[in-house]
Design a protein. Structure first.
Lengths: 295, 318
């Protein structure tokens, strides 16, 4: 499109405009659009309509493309029997808190490591980055033991949202992303702010953060998806039915619930994030693709 | 979202900051101390979280693996936990399965997103639409996506989505999760479908930072598309490629929710049991937290071996 004509990629603009290049381009584009729609949207269509089929229709061969008699009852059953409203609220609550905690603590830490550079800063950064190499599964048992009896305080965080929020702050990838971005902000700006007598907090708030909106968006999205996608940790630290996340809740009910109702619940569980994604996709995409990483 | 910081910017822009009164100079030592304290004040929140939920559990995991807690009493037992874990007949199966998954996931889940990103980067039309499509599954709760695969796609009868497609194409159908041979490929397909969106977008970002002149120059030198990918695209995105390879191995070694949901844990003839699932079994079902900690340490050592090899390989390239 027009706004891209200036950037040169693997294949030159001229080549795509001329004779065979043009034909290949349009054919390939059509194939990819159809193929991707089938691969990525197809299963979702199957899911939404499958949950509307009766048990009989689901078992028929070949499977029907449209539900013959839509069973809306499946969705109603899923909503009521699994208490989905509560589960969705819990997940939103944890995700919102996770975004706030990560934005505050990880941004402050990355700012310090990038611009203030206190003594031992590099050693601390090294120790943080080292945790990238430690799989969460290795830590799951000692982390669980720590959370049920916090050192020094000797309190248990079971069923408390802090059991989800605080461990997520210890996210080296976020700090790495933020620090890289802050590193690219010219030092002159910092020096100028310092000359004007701005405190480090003031500089962060008024100069660094406004310039960093794309990367802050990326970190927020990562925080939300981390909470949404995590399964084992919330399953362990949120044991009671009132505090469960939506994934854990559906899993807990899957055993004794008809297949189509489980799928209907899965569809409902996916709707909020899909809507959020479609609303914010411009921000998410531009954040992920232009703001973040430089090869 | 990101917008939260915007108002601060506009408010602060026009207002001149007060300049420091003259004659209030500190000694350079005092100033240094103060600057360091400020720096650490900004760090403290994250550092505390790392300390309590990451660094300390790491040490505690190693300590726990040499202890045994019974009826509230903790004693040192040396290598007993490790010996017990090695004795578990599922131990070797779990490792075999996990390595197999990691390998398949590297082939499918690592190469595919990179080439998808290269392809998407070339299109001048429908860019937004294609990106939304690829990223959409990432936004689904993994349990939702896996139930979809379990009940609809991997239905072993001819009513299942995949079998219906195979049949329509005249290909032999599969038992999917009920066939020990297909368990792992089926889990990799589901896992890649769910997760590849983020990798694609991260690669796209890296691709957009490649200066166009490099392609221009390569083309003038007569380099075709493949040579341009090999000599421009890959070297220019080397750092991101290396980083994501590392993260991918760390992620696939933790294979857990796929066997739990798709295969109800162990799967047909133990074909789905993963090391992570075994940790979960020992820690939270067999009341053997110490054994689970030992298994975690073994996983860590294996991974350290991996990264040592990996570092050597990447160092050679440079």
């Amino acid at each position: 499109m027009a706004q891209d004509s200036g950037t040169r990629t693997l294949i030159s603009q001229a080549q795509l405009r001329r004779g065979p290049g043009r034909a290949i381009y349009w054919t390939l584009l059509a194939v990819v659009i159809i193929g991707f729609t089938l691969v990525f949207l197809g299963p979702l269509y199957w899911m939404v309509t499958g949950a509307l089929k009766s048990g009989q229709e689901i078992a028929q061969t070949p499977p029907s493309l449209f539900p013959q008699e839509p069973q809306w009852q499946n969705y109603a059953d899923a909503w009521n029997n699994l208490a989905l409203a509560k589960l969705l609220f819990n997940t939103f609550y944890y995700a919102t808190g996770a975004v706030l905690f990560q934005l505050v603590f990880d941004t402050a830490a990355a700012y310090s490591l990038s611009k203030l550079r206190p003594i031992f800063g590099n050693a601390i950064l090294g120790l943080m980055l080292a945790t990238l190499m430690i799989p969460a599964m290795v830590l799951i048992v000692p982390q669980y033991v720590t959370v049920i009896d916090l050192p020094i305080l000797h309190i248990s965080l079971l069923d408390s949202p802090f059991a989800i929020w605080l461990p997520l702050v210890a996210n080296a990838f976020n700090i790495f992303l933020l620090k890289r971005f802050f590193d690219s902000i010219p030092e002159d700006l910092m020096a100028a702010a310092l000359m004007d007598g701005a405190t480090p907090l003031r500089t962060l708030w008024s100069i660094i953060l406004p310039m960093s909106r794309p990367i802050l968006g990326v970190v927020s999205i990562f925080a939300v998806t981390a909470v949404w996608k995590d399964f084992l940790w919330p399953k362990l630290v949120m044991p009671s039915p009132e505090t469960r996340t939506v994934s854990v809740g559906i899993y807990a009910f899957a055993g004794g619930t008809p297949m189509n109702v489980v799928i209907a619940a899965s569809v409902i569980a996916a709707i909020p994030t899909v809507i959020i994604f479609l609303i914010f996709q411009r921000n998410i995409m531009s954040g992920l693709t232009t703001g973040g990483l430089k090869g | 979202m990101a917008i939260t910081s915007a108002p601060g910017a506009t408010r602060a822009a026009g207002r001149p900051a007060p300049s420091p009164p003259p004659g209030q100079r500190r000694t350079s030592l005092g100033r240094k101390l103060r600057d360091n304290l400020t720096g650490h004040a900004f760090l403290i929140g994250a550092v505390l979280c790392f300390a309590v939920f990451s660094w300390y559990p790491m040490i505690r995991g190693i300590v726990m693996s040499f202890q045994r807690t019974r009826r509230g009493e903790t004693t040192w037992v040396g290598w007993d936990n490790y010996l017990r874990i090695l004795d578990d007949p599922s131990f070797w199966t779990a490792w075999k399965n996990t390595f197999y998954f990691t390998l398949l996931a590297l082939i499918l889940g690592y190469a595919v997103p990179f080439f998808v990103a290269i392809l998407l980067n070339e299109f001048r039309h429908a860019k937004g639409y294609l990106r939304i499509l690829v990223y959409l599954p990432v936004m689904l709760p993994p349990a939702s996506a896996l139930f979809l695969f379990k009940f609809y796609a991997y239905d072993p009868s001819d009513a299942g989505l995949f079998n219906a497609i195979l049949k329509a194409l005249g290909l032999p159908t599969s038992q999917w999760m009920q066939s020990p041979d297909m368990t792992m490929p089926a889990m990799v397909i589901a896992s890649t479908w769910m997760n590849m969106g983020s990798a694609v977008l991260i690669y796209l970002a890296a691709l957009q930072n490649i200066p166009g002149e490099l392609y221009e120059a390569a083309e003038l030198d007569g380099a075709g598309i493949w040579r341009r990918i090999l000599h421009v695209t890959i070297p220019q995105t080397r750092l991101i490629l290396a980083l994501l390879a590392m993260l991918q191995i760390v992620a696939t070694m933790q294979l857990f929710i796929e066997p739990l949901i798709l295969a109800n844990g162990a799967g047909a003839e133990d074909s789905a049991t993963s090391v992570a699932y075994l940790i979960y079994q020992h820690g939270f079902f067999q009341n053997d937290l110490n054994g689970a900690a030992a298994l975690g340490v073994i996983m860590l050592v294996v991974l350290a071996g991996f990264s040592a090899v990996y570092l050597r390989l990447t160092a050679k390239q440079d």
